[in-house]
Design a protein around this ligand. Sequence first.
Ligand code: GLN
Length: 288
Amino acid sequence: GCADPASALTGTVGAFLCRAGQHLRAAAIEAPRLEARLLLAHAMGCRQEDLLREPRAPVPPAAAAAFATLLRRRLEHAPIAHLLGEQEFWSLPLAVSPATLVPRADSETLIEAAIAAFPERGQVRRILDLGTGTGCLLLAALTEFPAAHGIGIDRVPAAAALARANAARLGLGGRAGFLAGDWAAPLAGRFELVLSNPPYIESAAIPGLMPEVARHEPSSALDGGPDGLGAYRALCAGLPGLLAPGGRAVLELGQGQQAAVEAIARDAGLDPLGCRPDLGGVPRALVL
Ligand code: GLN
């Protein structure tokens, strides 16, 4: 607790972490001690591991002020990734913004499913990512399919710009192009691999999601319409015209949506080939 000797020294790293941890715990933040370290390290411009080693180090006044602002926003349930400006996906550091969804570990299941769908990785030359957001799916796929180029599309221009900046930062700018536009609009070209994590939450369920999501992530990335399936209807209608011979689409599913999305896919003339579970056992990555 805050009574231990290091944290009793006011103005030290230990004291800041201890008090912040208590506030975060009281706000029902799941990993209060870790988040306190991440935010203080961000404010101090160091790594969170460094703080564990130096609990008696002083926190400079400018860092203390920055930390207070970060802590206040986290207590308002701003996602930690928004405050740090970054989220790791498939071991890639990606810039994030409130314009689009923060990459989720569950979505890494789509990359695993894509790898499993193409035992011969050189077969994949063209990848399309519909609703690219930060670009996480396309950029991760490009690191796994070295012969491929890819296009990411997002109807939110700020998302396409963010994804483009992420590609450049990772040295993938020469293999990835990003467009702002409607994914349902006809697109010239065929792709061996089409990826998408579409918005799939039922409109009425959004206010009940955790506040980090409901209040701070954009409905453009979440809202799947009254039954949550609107984006799948649009996607599946377009996929037959986008897949190259032998091509595969890998779509992220919301919990409990597998049967309904498979039915939509079949109606569009697509064959469901399997569904990979995420780490929580939820069927997550549908292969068509
Ligand atoms: N996985 C997100 C959530 O549950 C939803 C993402 C989406 O709609 N594609 O918050």
